[in-house]
Write a protein that binds this ligand. Structure first.
Ligand SMILES: Cc1ncc(COP(=O)(O)O)c(C=O)c1O
Length: 509
């Protein structure tokens, strides 16, 4: 193990007079600068840009591009926020000029191919959901949640019912209560029972005529399929309320069971976790929603419609619609990838995705749970949540220490401390795309970490430029501006005659 040098900034590797570009002699007559740009618009001095050779620049950016863990280079068992390997083929197809270079203001007659593709994505997502109508507009799972809840709100308003509450299990992703709040509802927490399922008694006690929607994630964030979902749907429907399915974990059930058949009335998909969308770090993503037919009038407009003559058009004539939630047709590039993924997998392939996701998670869980106990569930779905509570009590080693040590083994850390209902949670999702050899290696690493001495774990990671930054300070008070520092071997540059250059740091040699 060795500690890498903190990467230098281009300003620090700069040498006066060094350059890369060699421009050919001008083949047009020279004109003085003064004749081209009036004096009042000209800078008083040249910009303080770093001066570098080509190889320095290439190495700088190549090294930067590999500084982060990434799915192309590292195993990435990040539960809940799944970072799975996506076929490069889909990236290539989405980048084809016919896909990527269309303009949303083109006449519909020139967009027929794209509209057909989007119409088919709508149809596939409706079929996979077991629901009737789909909107492709939302740009992320969280926005899908909020949009679907706005649809529910418009539906109840239209019926003349005033319903103010959305019920959310305590194991839910934080976006669920946030979306409920943003859609104008009060979010009411429902407890989990000792098995990790919805506590039915608590649910029943909070289900009244003010409840609009119950948001269930199934399989839930503990990686368990809640078999009570049918009963929950029945109880809600008896009261005139709706069941929402957070479809973030659809990769565990694709083709095996449909949310609509479980009794869900509306749901969102996370294509970045299910259909090879890029994980955009907050966007650009997609979060399509699917709803039952009686909710369709309230969906965002437009949606893609098919005419009797086989042509396609954008149907914006939806008087009860909640309106647009995203410009144009949503993030089309992500939806093209979803189309390619669904078509290339086919129905059997999608089923195999779910089966392998569940198999891989159970394989890893079975091999590590004697060292990393899994408090909830004998078997898991696509992910499992282990607890480092015993380790913390016995040896002072916490989930965070295990996560940090994994980095030294070139493995991305799992999600830690979520869901909140498991103390010292380590949420592990190997995904369906990993080979058995990779899983075996990961298991061996986890078991070796369980034997590491506590100090090694507290010091980890030791192979990264920075070991344990203050994560709260880094998030709350980020330093986004470079200022000169006195590093060994560097000194603040001699002023170059312009004020900006005084702030540069350059090497002394
Ligand atoms: C269970 C669950 N619900 C909702 C979301 C929110 O989705 P997004 O990150 O696309 O906004 C996530 C995050 O991935 C999730 O894991």
């Amino acid at each position: 193990m060795y500690k890498l040098d903190p990467p230098s900034l281009l300003f620090e590797t700069s040498r006066p007079g060094r350059f890369t570009a060699v421009l050919p002699p001008s083949d047009v007559p020279d004109r003085p600068l003064e004749a081209l740009i009036p004096a009042k618009h000209r800078a008083k001095s040249s910009p303080p840009l770093p001066e570098l050779g080509e190889l320095d620049v290439v190495r700088h950016y190549t090294n930067l591009s590999t500084s982060n863990m990434n799915i192309d280079a590292n195993f990435y068992p990040l539960g809940s926020c799944t970072m799975k390997y996506n076929p490069k083929r889909n990236e290539r197809l989405a980048a084809l000029p016919g896909m990527a270079a269309q303009h949303p203001y083109q006449d519909e007659s020139t967009l027929q191919g794209m509209l057909e593709l989007l119409y088919e994505v709508q149809s596939y997502l409706a079929e996979i959901a077991g629901l009737h109508v789909v909107s492709l507009q939302p740009a992320a799972g969280a926005q899908g949640e909020q949009t679907a809840l706005l649809v529910a709100s418009a539906y109840f308003k239209d019926k003349g019912e005033r319903r103010t509450k959305v019920l959310v299990p305590d194991s839910a992703h934080g976006t669920n209560p946030a979306s409920a709040h943003l859609a104008g509802f009060e979010a009411v927490t429902i407890k989990s029972d000792a098995r990790g399922f919805v506590d039915l008694a608590d649910f029943k006690s909070k289900l009244d005529d003010h409840v609009a929607v119950f948001m269930i994630t199934n399989p839930n964030t503990v990686g368990l399929f809640d078999p009570q979902v049918g009963e929950i749907a029945r109880l809600l429907h008896e009261r005139g309320a709706l069941l929402y399915l957070d479809g973030a974990n659809m990769n565990a059930i694709l083709g095996e069971v449909r949310p609509g058949d479980m009794g869900a009335d509306l749901m969102h998909y996370n294509p970045h976790k299910t259909f090879s969308g890029p994980h955009g770090g907050g966007g650009p993503g997609a979060g399509p929603i699917a709803v039952r037919d009686f909710l369709a009038p309230y969906l965002p407009a437009p949606i893609v419609a098919k005419e009797a003559d086989g042509s396609y058009r954008l149907d914006g004539d939806r008087p009860k619609s909640i309106g647009r939630v995203r410009a144009y047709f949503g993030n089309v590039g992500v939806l093209v990838r979803a189309y390619c993924y669904i078509r290339s997998q086919g129905p059997d392939g999608l089923k195999a995705v779910a089966q392998n996701a569940v198999l891989n998670a159970n394989y890893v869980m079975t091999l590590v749970k004697h060292k990393y106990p899994v408090p909830l569930g004998e078997r898991c779905m696509h992910e499992f949540v282990a607890s480092a509570r015993q380790m913390a009590r016995d040896r002072g080693v916490r989930a965070m220490d295990v996560a940090k040590r994994l980095i030294d083994h070139n493995v991305h850390a799992p999600t830690v401390y979520f869901p909140l209902i498991v103390p010292e949670a380590l949420m592990i999702e190997p995904t369906e795309t990993e080979s058995r050899e990779t899983l075996d290696k990961f298991v061996a690493i986890l078991l070796s970490i369980a034997e590491d001495d506590p100090q090694t774990l507290h010091d980890a990671p030791v192979t990264t430029p920075i070991s344990r930054p203050d994560e709260v300070a880094a998030a709350r008070t980020p330093i986004l501006k470079w200022t000169p520092t006195e590093r060994p071997g560097y000194k603040v540059a001699e002023p170059r005659g312009d004020a900006a250059a005084k702030t540069l740091t350059v090497p002394t040699v």
